[in-house]
Design a protein around this ligand. Structure first.
Ligand code: UDP
Length: 538
């Protein structure tokens, strides 16, 4: 025991000495606060001041060194939600000599990922804002391995889905509140601060109405790598050849209800000749839901966070999202965007209740459950009469909340009709091999030969070799796009060709220089890069 203590003692003195002598060292990636992640050695945190502390010494490093631009508006975003003013990270600076007058530091030995969860009580936010970004931030930095520890600084308690966060590493994540119990001044030996946004696909409408992000960088492949990891951690195995096909109705039990759920289940079972079951977050464990969804042919659910579970659907399955009266499905698309990510291989169908008779509203509930009794009479009247919620910003638009928390009696024939427009035969995992979508390389050895006939006619014979990677691939259709541009002009003549050579004679003038651009196209829409431009003189 004394051995152990003295070991700690020595480490402690060494660590303290390193901190005093070397100070804090920070090197970041990213050019803006919105895409920055920083790696620190000896970043400290005062649990009394609730501030991070950067200690300056002769060896400290601060890259980028932004001066006061560090406050305009912040060094970085702590959550994956872009530029949200409650999610900024910064530190205060002190000379390392100040440590003499400060509480004795407590060192955190684990490699730490310091971040904010955005809304840990909402399953959609848990996956989109936290779990996926944390998982891929950890993939980005090798020392954020299974022995590293997550620190959540947003200040919330564990929340309903904390068990999911625990799956990401072997160490229990720590909350801001718990840091106080560890000491007055904590120093993280090695830490990463911030979160990758590379996997997020949706913006919630803080500055413009909600919708898919402008530049989505994630595909179904990365989503499915993540779900595979989660399923392994949850001990849910993929049953490859499950015997029975079935449909899941994911129901809500508190609000935004389907009023004729029994009728809906019967109708789906009858129409598709499949067993149809209901699940809800209230009645099933998370693992059970994942197990069921990962083998389902179709998932039917009201718009809402539970639809995030379509992450776990098998390729080829169908997602049916139901929208209450006056809510335009095109305006609320987090789940549509997910289902239609390239390589996600899900079919997405939206159905909206367009019949006022079939909706039940709750004007007298509290405002956050969609009540509108607190609004003035004219405004209440307007909302009740309106046939569609106009586009709006997040998060407290009363008309949106009023409509979002309606209950719906689903018109079965109209629902079956919209599903049937997409699902012709039986829904469910297709045996078809999904094309992975690899892109062609550049065409090679492009050459041109000109011939002039008389003073007004000329021909350009252009040839090239297949892209290098084609010989290793099975591609259904290979085409070539060729652009012929007269030097100095900013227009060009485009051609789509099937062979590796072509003689152009239309609009080709003698004694002229042409620029010839060639690229390969696989399967109609997989466009490769242009080869180096070819200069051809007739
Ligand atoms: N929730 C639920 N059953 C309900 C209502 C809500 O499981 O009847 C869950 C929902 O899936 C989400 C959280 O409670 O994880 C918050 O729901 P809310 O209606 O606020 O958000 P939304 O589902 O519209 O995103």
């Amino acid at each position: 025991q004394s051995q152990e203590l003295s070991q700690v003692q020595i480490d402690y003195h060494a660590a303290l000495q390193a901190l005093v002598e070397d100070g804090t060292r920070m090197v970041c990636t990213g050019r803006m606060h919105t895409d920055r992640i920083c790696r620190f050695e000896s970043l400290c945190y005062s649990t009394e001041a609730e501030e991070f502390v950067f200690f300056h010494s002769n060896s400290s490093v601060m890259l980028p060194n932004l001066g006061s631009r560090r406050f305009q508006p912040a060094l970085l975003d702590l959550s994956s939600v872009e530029d949200h003013n409650t999610q900024y990270f910064n530190f205060v600076e002190l000379p390392a000599a100040a440590l003499k007058f400060m509480p004795k530091p407590v060192f955190v030995p684990d490699v730490a990922l310091i971040t904010n969860r955005f809304n840990p009580d909402n399953l959609m936010h848990v996956f989109h804002d936290d779990l996926l970004p944390i998982y891929y931030t950890m993939q980005q930095f090798p020392d954020l391995d299974q022995e590293s520890r997550l620190f959540f600084m947003e200040g919330w308690s564990e929340g309903q889905h904390f068990d999911l966060y625990k799956l990401l590493s072997n160490k229990q994540p720590l909350l801001k509140e718990q840091l106080k119990t560890l000491g007055r001044l904590l120093c993280f030996t090695k830490s990463y601060v911030g979160l990758s946004k590379i996997t997020t696909w949706y913006q919630y409408g803080f500055v413009q109405p909600q919708g898919p992000k402008a530049n989505i960088l994630v595909s179904g492949n990365e989503i499915r790598q993540f779900t595979k990891f989660m399923m392994e951690k949850l001990n849910v195995s993929l049953e490859e050849s499950s015997s029975e096909e079935y449909i899941i109705v994911f129901s809500r039990t508190i609000n935004r209800l389907i009023l004729n759920e029994a009728e809906l289940i019967l109708a789906l079972a009858q129409e598709f000749q499949m067993k149809t079951i209901t699940v809800s977050l209230e009645d099933h464990s998370f693992s059970d839901i994942v197990r069921l969804i990962s083998n389902a042919s179709m998932l039917v659910s009201m718009h809402g966070a539970q639809l995030m579970m379509s992450l776990f659907l098998p390729r080829g399955a169908t997602v049916v999202e139901l929208f209450p009266y006056a809510i335009n499905p095109e305006h609320y698309t987090p789940y549509k965007t997910l289902a239609t990510l390239p390589g996600m291989d899900l079919q997405y169908i939206a159905w909206q209740n367009t019949d006022r008779e079939n909706t039940v509203t709750y004007p007298d509930r509290p405002w956050d459950q969609g009540g509108i009794a607190h609004l003035d009479k004219v405004e209440q009247e307007r909302i009740i009469k309106s046939k569609e919620v106009p586009r709006h910003l997040c998060c407290r638009n009363p008309e949106w909340l009023f409509r979002a928390y309606q209950d719906t009696k689903v018109d079965i024939p109209s629902l079956i009709q919209v599903i049937r427009q997409t699902v012709k035969s039986k829904p469910g995992p297709k045996k078809q091999k999904w094309t992975s979508g690899l892109y062609p390389g550049k065409v090679r050895d492009a050459k041109c030969q000109a011939s002039v006939q008389g003073t007004s006619e000329a021909k350009l014979a252009v040839s090239w070799q297949i892209p290098w990677n084609l010989k290793y691939l099975k591609v259904r259709e290979v085409k070539y796009e060729v652009w012929i541009q007269e030097q100095g002009e900013n227009t060009y003549m485009p051609y789509i060709l099937s062979h590796q050579n072509h003689t152009f004679s239309e609009n080709i003038k003698p004694f002229t220089i042409y620029l010839v651009w060639i690229r390969c196209i696989f399967n109609k829409n997989l466009l490769g890069p242009f080869a180096d431009v070819l200069l051809c003189s007739t």
